[in-house]
Design a protein around this ligand. Structure first.
Ligand code: GTP
Length: 420
């Protein structure tokens, strides 16, 4: 009951951890989405503004050119020979004046979002430059000239001279200055746009890195851990941590195949706890579990990394010893038997202190075996003999002796010891 309660608490903690991870993941995605949406609006606004700036710069150029065109048309009108030619020149001059005036008005009405409007305004309206006044005076003079008959005008008339001097000296200067300011503001806007784009790029990159570091990375790690846990659970016996029967058989089959290909020696031990039912009946199932665990811990401590140790079922275990012949394996089995005999379970409770023994069947894997099951069966026969002979002993049933009835197929360790 205690175990079930704990596992429920662990499960609940794991679920709330998972929920937090998913919430972090969704939060990170939301932040990235917000940053991208925000950047979209900022970029859109900056591009719109940049377009307006470009239009303003264009209008500035047009105004500049228009002023020169008006001068040119005015002199063409003055020099026209009268009649139809004068009418055409006058119309062209009048419409050029109107166009420049419209251009001037639309430049002054530039949307307030354009940041350099104030700077340009200074050129148009301050006492130093007074570009607005100059343009109006200039256009007024040009309009006045267009209204006079051409034959009354001469290139050196005051009006013509005013137009030329005013245009070249004052107007062009003011217009050029305004143009310079428009261009400077335009390049400022481009720089600002570039800065914003870089800032947003860094922000999104940072969010992605943070998302990776604090959300994805832990999720991937957790998944990997879980996968490892599941893999381990599929391989191991939950009570003892050694291989379960299924995985032991797979690993033994692999070792068997390797042996068939490369040759060499390999031995197999089958261990069974003696009178284990009595342990369970006398001390309870939990103590029986402790006995099994003590046996496994003791064996594990004596085995090499390359040895395979598995629980075949109940209180029966198998050990596969690569590169080990039957004599050496029997020695190993005897060593295990002796160290298990000395184990104590419940050692701090004198009333319930338990010692126990094991019987062990030993065999070697031979080239005549079709699978590890043949060797397990042979070791099982030896184990059965060990039980029959009184338990707590090692019996060897080496391969190749099954057909040789003249010599005993099954030998006790002492018999083997005598021979060797
Ligand atoms: N505590 C515990 N008992 C188990 C486990 N698996 C099997 N058993 C018990 O192991 C006992 C095996 O009993 P038997 O097959 O009669 O063997 P034994 O009493 O050891 O007798 P011998 O093998 O002839 O010495 C049974 O009582 C099973 O219930 C387990 O995981 N934990």
């Amino acid at each position: 009951m205690q175990g079930t309660g704990n596992s429920r608490i662990f499960k609940a903690a794991a679920i709330s951890r998972d929920k937090r991870k998913v919430a972090g993941y969704v939060m990170g995605l939301l932040l990235i989405a917000v940053a991208i949406t925000y950047s979209h609006f900022i970029i859109d606004r900056l591009i719109t503004r940049n377009n307006q700036d470009r239009q303003t710069v264009n209008m500035g150029y047009q105004q500049n050119m228009q002023a020169q065109r008006i001068n040119h048309l005015a002199f063409r009108y003055i020099l026209s020979s009268g009649g139809h030619e004068s009418d055409i020149s006058r119309q062209q001059l009048a419409s050029a004046v109107n166009e420049m005036y419209d251009l001037h008005l639309s430049l002054l009405k530039t949307p307030p979002s354009v940041e350099y409007a104030a700077a340009a305004d200074a050129i148009y309206f301050d006492a130093q430059h007074e570009l607005d006044l100059k343009i109006r005076t200039y256009l007024g003079a040009a309009r006045e000239l267009a209204e006079k008959p051409a034959e009354l005008l001469a290139p050196d008339s005051p009006l013509a001279r005013f137009l030329e001097r005013h245009n070249t000296e004052a107007l062009q200067q003011g217009l050029n200055l305004a143009l310079e300011r428009y261009k400077a503001a335009d390049s400022d806007a481009v720089t600002q746009l570039r800065r914003v784009l870089w800032g947003l790029f860094v922000l999104v990159l940072l969010l992605v890195i943070l998302e990776w570091r604090f959300v994805f990375h832990p999720i991937f790690n957790g998944l990997e851990r879980q996968a490892n846990d599941y893999r381990k659970q599929a391989h191991t016996d939950p009570l003892t941590g050694c291989y379960n029967r299924r995985h032991f058989m797979i690993a033994a089959e692999e070792a068997f195949q390797r042996l068939q290909l490369a040759g060499g020696e390999c031995s197999l031990l089958v261990l069974d706890i003696d009178y284990f039912k009595w342990v369970n009946d006398s001390y309870g199932h939990c103590t029986g579990d402790e006995v099994i665990q003590a046996l496994v811990d003791s064996c594990m401590a004596s085995l090499k990394k390359t040895d395979l140790f598995g629980r075949l079922g109940g209180e029966e275990f198998a050990i596969l010893l690569p590169d080990t012949g039957p004599v050496q394996a029997a020695g190993m089995a005897e060593q295990l038997r002796q160290q298990i005999e000395k184990l104590e379970v419940n050692q701090y409770d004198a009333e319930a202190r338990i010692t126990f023994t094991v019987s062990i069947g030993v065999t070697d894997i031979s080239s005549g075996d079709l699978s590890p099951v043949d060797a397990i069966n042979r070791a099982d026969i030896a184990l059965y003999q060990a039980k029959s002979a009184g338990r707590n002993r090692v019996i060897i049933n080496a391969s190749g002796k099954d057909d040789d009835r003249s010599s005993p197929a099954i030998e006790s360790l002492s018999a083997l010891g005598a021979e060797s």
